[in-house]
Design a protein around this ligand. Structure first.
Ligand code: AMP
Length: 421
């Protein structure tokens, strides 16, 4: 029979990689909980209209990238392309806004976008999302950005990830900037890529975000939003920067860093690495003060970010080691198997990772296997030893062997494990 392969752009996270993923998740939980964030777990699919409204009908995500299907009741549903809309839906639906604010939440899981797959870009990918709802103060923006960098520091990636930050203004100052930018882009229309030409009318800010080489000269010369901020937005941005300085977070002010959606305001940021080619953004976020209201809730401001786990995993590659069994039990014969099976169970019960050979081959072959598994100790039990109520304990690092009484195996091995940790 022909083997069936995984869907294009969708990948398995294999056992050799899972220690990296577990380290990322553990790092996120540890750091975010220190800052008062609690986990929320959200469904993987929602009504399509949630994303249409929450992300925007005219965005690439909603126009081209969603996995949308009609279920048996005729309702249009979509696999989530991002988590913010779902999280805000849950915030409104369960009246989480009645809790003391800001409400601080994080969630970890897969997202789905029909994009062109390449290294660091997949159709099912994973994000760690963090959102804080109910505060508009700039010092909070600085804190959440500092927390993002603390996450990278926790994973020892602090030096390899740079923070870019910008303000995109608000409803007071952005419309004038947008008109200004549009006029400039129109003058330079022929130097833009096809996609950007289409964006000039509908969403000129998105042009600033374009990564295509042909657009870069135009983008570099474009007017800077930072020169067009209204006084309150200016003050907000200054305070964010002041607090980032206070926290000793290094950042690069990047005026072209935008989020194309109307409800995004003021602070936007991105964590970027120089090591992953075109897919260089490992996390992105910003303030979205209009979203909760847009999704039927109170006028609560929000700020958050999403970390791309595949990309962080690429940076961490090879840096985590798997944990293997601490002891490998080799019974030679049926009566010995019975005793070893019991011993393995007892060892595990006291917290020692034990692996048992259920169908032992020659001792040499089993020792080779133990070597491959990088197990520090092997316990060998043959008929003669069993008769003496003893077993042979072999230290795989030194090759030393000694006899120990069967009754003392659990205590002995547990003690050895204690010495190692
Ligand atoms: P976004 O929600 O588009 O702002 O994405 C936030 C982060 O998720 C990005 O900085 C990437 O690290 C990651 N990301 C976005 N899309 C993909 C994808 N298709 N494959 C892998 N990672 C992605």
């Amino acid at each position: 029979m022909k083997a069936i392969q995984a869907v294009r752009g969708v990948r398995d996270i294999l056992p050799a990689e899972t220690p990296t993923w577990q380290a990322m998740e553990a790092g996120a939980r540890k750091v975010f909980e220190l800052y008062g964030y609690r986990e929320i777990r959200l469904p993987l699919f929602e009504r399509t209209e949630l994303f249409a409204r929450g992300i925007g009908e005219t965005t690439d995500i909603v126009e081209k990238e969603m996995y949308t299907f009609v279920d048996h009741s005729g309702e249009s549903l979509s696999l989530r392309p991002e988590a913010t809309a779902s999280l805000v839906r849950a915030y409104v639906e369960h009246r989480l806004h009645a809790h003391p604010k800001p409400v601080r939440l994080y969630t970890i899981g897969p997202m789905f976008r029909y994009e062109r797959p390449q290294a660091g870009r997949y159709r099912q990918f994973h994000q760690i999302n963090v959102e804080a709802l109910g505060t508009a103060t700039p010092t909070f923006d600085a804190e959440i950005v500092q927390m993002l960098m603390a996450f990278f520091a926790e994973l020892k990636l602090g030096e390899r990830v740079k923070l870019h930050i910008n303000s995109i203004g608000d409803a007071t100052c952005r419309p004038a900037f947008r008109a200004w930018l549009r006029a400039y882009l129109k003058e330079n229309l022929t130097r833009l890529c096809e996609e950007c030409r289409a964006r000039v009318e509908r969403n000129p800010l998105r042009v600033l975000d374009c990564k295509k080489p042909e657009c870069q000269p135009v983008i570099e010369q474009a007017p800077s939003i930072l020169d067009h901020l209204c006084p309150p937005c200016h003050e907000h941005f200054d305070r964010v920067c002041h607090y980032l300085n206070l926290f000793k977070v290094q950042y690069i002010v990047t005026p072209r860093l935008v989020r194309g959606l109307d409800y995004y305001v003021r602070t936007t940021f991105e964590a970027v690495t120089g090591e992953l080619g075109a897919q260089n953004a490992v996390a992105g976020g910003g303030r979205y003060d209009g979203l909760v209201e847009l999704l039927g809730g109170p006028a609560d401001p929000g700020i958050g970010f999403a970390i791309g786990m595949e990309r962080v995993a690429l940076l961490l590659k090879g840096e985590q080691t798997s944990t293997f069994a601490f002891v490998f039990l080799i019974p030679l014969g049926e009566p010995a198997l019975e005793r070893c099976a019991e011993l393995a169970k007892d060892l595990r019960a006291v917290g020692v990772a034990a692996e048992l050979t259920h169908a032992p081959r020659k001792l040499r072959a089993e020792l080779d296997l133990a070597n491959q598994l990088r197990v520090p100790y092997v316990l060998i039990l043959g008929d003669d030893e069993l008769a003496r109520e003893e077993a042979t304990l072999r230290d795989m690092t030194t090759g030393d062997q000694r006899a120990i009484p069967l009754a003392g195996v659990v205590t002995e091995i547990r003690g050895l494990q204690g010495q190692q940790t």
